[in-house]
Design a protein around this ligand. Structure first.
Ligand SMILES: NC(=O)c1ccc[n+]([C@@H]2O[C@H](COP(=O)([O-])OP(=O)(O)OC[C@H]3O[C@@H](n4cnc5c(N)ncnc54)[C@H](O)[C@@H]3O)[C@@H](O)[C@H]2O)c1
Length: 257
């Protein structure tokens, strides 16, 4: 049987790396992409020692030209794209008064325009024999928040984008869904990243912030990237063959209240 192919954005991040391992273990060829070339190469070398069918390319999801180049490279090496996972996101944890147009544009361009460009880049291929697209949402897809207007708009915007793609491409057997993580212990909320800055007032390195988030999770523990990647795998499987246009929350109950 020919192996299926998954194309992952932000694959040098926690969620992307977990998806890479889970799909490789489930007999997929894995194409890793990220804007951070060094981290990407490191993860590719680490995974290649166990899983031979891994390749990678530098991709800043904001660039239509780079999308084309990366998809072409994946096609020439692996022949098809069965799954696209749009993980890339950004956030500045500032309320309305302090969120600048530059912050807003960065959040929207990475998390929303990036997913739009990815869908457009991949459907040309997926139209041939179907496929699955997964967009990474958040609790912000369903809950209002005043902590970052850009992040709220980006994640709620993914609902419209996902439903639109699901409807447009269902006739080609292409499904498109969102997986929305709750609080996951990753660098996104722990470290001071260029795409997602944190300081002591926001990072979960601060025990007070860690505990505040924990208190909001009825099932009583932070999620792991693996909790998310197993849901992504489910949505890409035969068991989910009639699910499209959905937003699946994986949050330990955090959105309940
Ligand atoms: N960690 C959480 O609690 C949480 C909760 C809900 C949703 N999410 C979402 O999960 C997704 C992934 O987050 P993570 O926790 O794996 O973060 P992470 O910080 O571990 O990794 C993020 C990765 O994105 C890459 N990246 C940044 N800008 C990029 C760009 N322009 N093009 C391509 N790659 C780029 C970075 O280099 C990094 O490798 C994001 O969309 C985030 O909004 C995270």
């Amino acid at each position: 049987m020919t192996k299926k192919v998954i194309f992952i954005t932000a694959a040098a991040g926690a969620m992307g790396k977990s998806q890479a391992i889970r799909f490789a273990k489930n007999d997929y060829k894995v194409f890793l992409t990220d804007v951070d070339k060094n981290k990407l190469k490191k993860i590719e070398s680490e995974l290649k020692t166990k899983y031979p069918d891994i390749s990678s390319d530098h991709l800043d999801v904001r660039s239509e030209e780079l999308w084309k180049k990366s998809i072409d490279k994946c096609l020439s090496e692996f022949g098809y794209v069965d799954v696209l996972c749009n993980n890339a996101g950004a956030n500045y944890r500032t309320g309305f008064d302090d969120q600048s147009i530059e912050m807003w544009e960065k959040i929207i361009s990475i998390g929303l325009t990036g997913a739009f460009l990815g869908i457009k880049a991949v459907v040309k291929t997926m139209k041939k024999k179907g496929g699955v697209i997964i967009n990474l949402g958040s609790l912000a897809t369903v809950k209002g928040s005043d902590s970052s207007p850009g992040y709220s708009a980006q994640k709620m915007g993914l609902i419209g984008l996902t439903k639109s793609a699901a409807l447009a491409y269902a006739k080609y057997k292409i499904r498109c869904n969102i997986v929305s993580p709750g609080h996951v212990d990753t660098p996104f909320i722990r470290s001071n990243n260029e795409y997602s800055p944190n300081d002591w007032s926001t990072s979960i390195d601060n025990p007070k912030n860690y505990q505040n988030r924990l208190n909001k999770i009825p099932l009583g523990k932070f999620l792991t990237p693996d909790d998310i990647s197993k849901t992504v795998l489910f949505l890409c499987s035969e068991n989910a063959s009639m699910i499209t246009g959905e937003n699946l929350l994986v949050d330990g109950g955090a959105a309940l209240s």
